[in-house]
Write a protein that binds this ligand. Structure first.
Ligand SMILES: [Zn+2]
Length: 348
């Protein structure tokens, strides 16, 4: 890595963004003028599987590393933004039932935000990873006008994450569970084929967005159905988990089975955005996840299909934007930093 080209040193006070994942932490620095000092992915091992103590220490290492990389004195850091996968409370207490990355008993009900705040001696602002990416998409798109706009982001991954941003701020909800867009149930008319079984989600709901628009939805629901319609497809010979991951490559080559599956995903997200249109009437609809990394031709087709299936009134069509969430791998850390900057600025 050529650090001279990709890293700058601060000229004002800063905040640090830390994105905690199953294998890695990703770190960034954002200065008070809204400029990111790091243009690339900077990762270190997250050690979440070793339990909370090791994981908080790994976050502290990520924090120290990114200050060193950007030649930022500790005294310039006003706050830290942290995001992790959920489910967790609005203030970073991991679910009492644990979570995919946090399944050790010592994680259940663990206050990761509070623990990092104590360890670093700096204010730590928490968001879940979907909300952090939504916040980044919003601020990147609207820039200095962010506070004047609202948006909804759907991020397709293993599950369906995302968030709702109102007046430039994440809507958190009473229990921290606002913006769980994957578990919004959608009308299935016009999404499913005649005779196609109603898709089931791991959360227990039938026919929610994640049951269709996620890698898990492809594996559990869409691919098993569509392979019955294309029994001679080469993916029929693969284990379903392998086939599900390979599907995007086929979609990029306009394979009919793959386009049928991704078309259903895009329709499901369109139904979700139609609900959003009648709920908060946002200025922008953002789409993120693996699709952002697909070929330009495929991702434009996917975004167009989402837009065609989002039923807006003429007044809404005139003002609403549809766009991709940029910088997929860095969106979490950058959104976490944006949240910290907003709070640090408000605190003065
Ligand atoms: Zn669900």
């Amino acid at each position: 890595m050529d650090q001279a080209d990709t890293v700058r040193t601060p000229s004002s006070w800063v905040v640090v963004g830390l994105d905690n994942g199953g294998t890695c932490n990703n770190a960034t620095v954002l200065d008070a003028t809204g400029q990111f000092l790091v243009n690339n992915l900077v990762e270190n091992p997250s050690r979440v599987l070793e339990g909370p103590e090791s994981a908080v220490e790994a976050l502290a290492e990520a924090f120290g590393n990114i200050l060193e990389l950007t030649s930022t004195p500790l005294s310039l850091v006003r706050a830290v933004g942290l995001d992790t996968p959920g489910p967790a409370s609005a203030h970073g207490v991991i679910s009492s039932k644990g979570a995919t990355n946090f399944n050790q008993v010592s994680w259940h009900g663990f206050d990761i935000r509070g623990a990092l705040e104590t360890r670093l001696g700096l204010p730590v602002v928490y968001n879940n990873d979907g909300n952090a990416a939504a916040l980044y998409a919003h601020h990147q798109h609207f820039g200095a006008d962010a506070a004047a706009h609202s948006s909804v982001s759907a991020i397709v991954g293993t599950g369906l994450g995302g968030g709702v941003v109102e007046a430039g701020q994440v809507v958190r909800g009473a229990a921290g569970m606002a913006g769980e867009l994957g578990h919004v149930q959608i009308p299935l008319l016009g999404v499913l084929e005649d005779g196609q079984p109603v898709p089931l989600c791991n959360c227990g709901f039938a026919g929610d967005v994640e049951s269709i628009a996620s890698l898990t939805g492809i594996r559990n629901n869409l691919l098993p159905y569509w392979l019955t319609r294309f029994p001679d497809h080469p993916l029929a010979a693969e284990p379903v988990a392998v086939a599900a991951k390979a599907l995007r490559g086929y979609g990029e080559k306009d394979d009919p089975l793959a386009l049928a599956v991704f078309g259903q995903q895009a329709k499901a997200i369109g139904k979700l955005f139609t609900i959003a249109a009648n709920f908060t009437d946002p200025s922008a609809y953002f789409l993120g996840g693996g699709v952002v990394e697909a070929s330009a031709h495929f991702r434009q087709w996917f975004l167009n299909t989402v837009r065609e299936n989002t039923e807006l009134r003429d007044e809404q069509k005139a003002v609403a934007a549809f766009a991709l969430v940029p910088d997929r791998d860095m969106a979490g850390a950058r959104g976490a930093a944006v949240a910290a900057l907003t709070e640090a600025t408000a605190a003065g």
